[in-house]
Design a binder for this molecule. Structure first.
Ligand code: ZN
Length: 190
C-alpha cells in the first residue's frame, strides 16, 4: 500500500462519550479499505480484555498492550498505514512525539484520550496532543443527572463526589465514574 500524506486525528472527551467506539469505527473502515492497521494501548488499562480495545457498548478490535511510547516504535509492523492509539492519557509524555513521528512518515494516526481528569483538569499529554493534531473530535456523553450533553467525568467514592485532593487510588473504597454536564460536575475541595 502506498502511503499518502500522514495525519494525526484525536478523538477526545469525557468517560462514556464513545471515544473507543469511534476509534473502532474508523479502524474497521480502514480495514475495509485494505489499509494495514495496528493498534496500541497502555498495558495498565486492563478493562475488559487484555489484547483488545473495547468500547463500553461491546465493540472490540485487536490491540497490543505496551508499557511505553517507545514500545510502539519497537513493535510497529512493516507496511502499517493506519495506527490506532487508545487511552493516550495514560502514556508517558513521549507519546506526542511518537504519534507525530508516525504521521510525518505518512501514516494515519488515530488517538483517543480523556481530555480532562475527574477534577476537570487537563489530562496528561492530551492538551499537547490535541494542539498538534490535524483533526480533533471532542465527543459529549450524556449527563447521568439531567440528560444534557456531558463534558466532564464525575468520580464517586463510596457514592459521594470525590474531593479534589483525593488520591488517585483509595484502598478499600468503592469507586465509580459517571458522565456529568458542567452544572452537575461536583469536585469539593477541603
Ligand atoms: Zn447535568
Amino acid at each position: 500500500m502506498t502511503l499518502t500524506y500522514g495525519s494525526l486525528e484525536v478523538i477526545t472527551g469525557s468517560m462514556f462519550c464513545g471515544k473507543t467506539e469511534e476509534l473502532i469505527r474508523r479502524l474497521r473502515r480502514a480495514t475495509i479499505a485494505k489499509q494495514k492497521v495496528q493498534v496500541f494501548k497502555p498495558a495498565i488499562d486492563n478493562r475488559y480484555a487484555y489484547s483488545k480495545v473495547m468500547s463500553h457498548s461491546g465493540a472490540d478490535y485487536q490491540a497490543l498492550p505496551v508499557n511505553s511510547s517507545q514500545e510502539i516504535l519497537d513493535n510497529l509492523e512493516p507496511d502499517v498505514t493506519v495506527v490506532g492509539i487508545d487511552e493516550a492519557q495514560f502514556f508517558d509524555d513521549g507519546i506526542v512525539d511518537v504519534a507525530n513521528q508516525l504521521a510525518d512518515l505518512g501514516m494515519r494516526v488515530i488517538v483517543t484520550g480523556l481530555d480532562t481528569d475527574f477534577r476537570g483538569e487537563p489530562f496528561g499529554c492530551m492538551p499537547v496532543m490535541t494542539a498538534k493534531a490535524d483533526k480533533v473530535d471532542k465527543l459529549a456523553a450524556i449527563c447521568m443527572v439531567c440528560g444534557e450533553p456531558a463534558t466532564r467525568t464525575q468520580r464517586l467514592v463510596n457514592g459521594k463526589p470525590a474531593n479534589y485532593n483525593d488520591p488517585i487510588v483509595i484502598v478499600g473504597a468503592s469507586e465509580m465514574y459517571e458522565a456529568r454536564c458542567r452544572r452537575h460536575h461536583e469536585v469539593p475541595r477541603d
